[in-house]
Design a binder for this molecule. Structure first.
Ligand code: DC
Length: 492
């Protein structure tokens, strides 16, 4: 369901946009991203960052130095030490490459023809993404490109996927050229755009794709003002929903069933005792009806994370072996509303039950890597998360845990015990995505998004407290142990 008109989205209150907001706009060439991003930057007082200009600047430098756009090593050697600066200006951004203003030079047909190839290289992208994250991590930015919502800022406040038919995009380009007094062949423009679309969306490294949590806006039939209005409204939907959730907190605390109050209290006290620190939630309870998707490193993770929920009920999917009768723990898991799941294959009953609990407004805590991983090694997210999302449309809250080793009263410097909460992922673009790919691919994409969110949270954690020697040593031992276990459980 692509949005066609501003009235299809609520107007939203501009004051709810947080000061550290990150707005991601992705889309193909000629979709009008740049003009809209600039307009929104002005409207919401955000810094506008044109990531396409960064790839163009590298392309221009490479062409000037006689470097082949297919030569990844040479491009990396050129980019790594280069000073690349974007300065906001009226109209197009001023781009400085090693101090030289290349703003005009990067818009030539020669650069245009080579930039798609330059941007296919994985290592070039890694370096660019690092720079883009550094530019935007403090927030207050609107960033435009192809992979902003999926790779650069998976936790963006709002993601917009702006598209338009190739004809509409070619038409806009053609009119722009005409205004500048340049005559070009319209059919040729359509072919050129289709060519770039193909290169940008078929490349292996971070291709242009619809993010399942992005607003998909088709601007083919929209005027510029309408397009801007629609995008502005899309920016405000998540913050508006988040603000409404906050109003619910006091009621949720009062309604918490006694056994949860007891269990949460105990878990909370325990984690405080060990000096666990929570980031990214300001002591807010977890919203109802959402899936908390947590990376798994130790058997302490469920207790560490559950203690931060502060409202019930919370259900976990736990391996069926834990429910074995005759073991005291089995009763505990049942009492705490855990749902048993067989880890091999697809356990339909477990998923059905989990969906029912979510529909009632319960929370689900899952560890979708399927088994524990060595610290610092985020595993692949298995398809279960994507299947659940497609069946329930429940928002996903990515959570990253670190620590739970080297427990000491008041906290351990060797192994900081931390729980990082990301922002809620809501599936605005899932229908559009399912119009393009099958359910299996959609599940993979949802899993990749969740993993990208963990990576970002992990990066923030490591920035706050760099990896310790103790953690590095432990990691080496675990790598060996968990690899053997993974093979035993799931095959290679
Ligand atoms: O948006 P633009 O036309 O200026 O982008 C130029 C090229 O850079 C485009 O072919 C795709 C690439 N690009 C990319 O791969 N990733 C981004 N985040 C931005 C641009």
């Amino acid at each position: 369901m692509a949005f066609r008109h501003p009235d299809e989205l609520p107007a939203g209150d501009p004051t709810v946009l947080p000061r550290d907001a990150v707005i991601a706009i992705d889309g193909p060439a000629g979709s009008g991203k740049s003009s809209t991003a600039r307009a929104l930057a002005e409207r919401f007082d955000l810094l506008y960052i044109d990531t396409g200009a960064m790839y163009r600047a590298l392309t221009h430098a490479a062409l000037s130095a006689g470097i082949n756009p297919g030569d990844e090593a040479a491009l990396v050697a050129l980019l790594a030490p280069a000073a690349l600066e974007l300065r906001p200006a009226r109209g197009e951004t001023t781009v400085l490459w090693c101090g030289n203003d290349v703003s005009r030079a990067i818009r030539t047909p020669q650069v245009e023809a080579a930039v798609s190839q330059v941007s296919t290289h994985a290592e070039v992208r890694r370096l660019m993404v690092e720079r883009q994250q550094a530019l935007g991590r403090r927030g207050g930015v609107i960033m435009e490109g192809r992979d902003i919502g999926s790779v650069v800022f998976p936790l963006a406040t709002a993601k917009i996927h702006l598209s338009a038919s190739p004809e509409a995009r070619a038409d806009r380009r053609w009119r722009q050229f005409r205004e500048r007094g340049v005559e070009v062949d319209r059919d040729g423009l359509v072919r050129e755009l289709a060519d770039r679309d193909r290169q940008d969306s078929e490349r292996a490294a971070s291709p242009l794709q619809i993010s399942a949590d992005a607003f998909v806006i088709d601007s083919s039939d929209l005027g510029f003002e309408q397009q801007n209005e629609l995008c502005a409204r899309a920016c405000l939907v998540n913050p508006t929903l988040d603000a409404a959730l906050d109003l619910d907190i006091q009621r949720a605390r009062r309604e918490l069933p006694a056994r949860y109050r007891l269990a949460y209290g105990a878990m909370d006290a325990m984690t405080r005792f060990f000096g666990m620190i929570e980031y990214g939630n300001g002591e807010r309870p977890i919203p109802r009806g959402c899936i908390a998707s947590v990376n798994h490193i130790s058997l302490w993770d469920p207790a560490m994370v559950a203690g931060t929920f502060r409202r019930g009920p919370i259900h976990t999917l736990a391996k069926a072996e834990l429910f074995h009768p005759g073991w005291l723990g089995g009763n505990f898991f049942r009492w705490m509303d855990a749902i048993p799941i067989r880890r091999k294959g697809y356990d339909r009953n477990a998923f059905r039950e989990a969906a029912a609990r979510l529909a009632e407004g319960g929370n689900l805590m899952i560890f979708p890597e399927g088994t524990r991983q060595a610290i610092g090694e985020l595993g692949q997210v298995r398809s279960g998360l994507g299947i659940l999302v497609q069946e329930t449309r429940a928002p996903v809250l990515p959570i990253f845990v670190r620590g739970a080793y080297g427990k000491r009263i008041g906290g351990s410097v060797e192994s900081p015990m931390e729980v990082w909460r990301g922002s809620l992922m809501r599936w605005h673009g899932l229908d559009d995505l399912l119009g393009q790919v099958d359910r299996r691919v959609a599940s993979d994409r949802i899993g990749l998004l969740c993993r990208a969110a963990w990576c970002e949270l992990q990066a923030r954690s490591y920035q706050q407290h760099p990896v310790t020697e103790f953690e590095n040593e432990l990691r080496q031992n675990q790598l060996h142990y968990f690899a053997a276990r993974q093979t035993k459980l799931f095959g290679s």
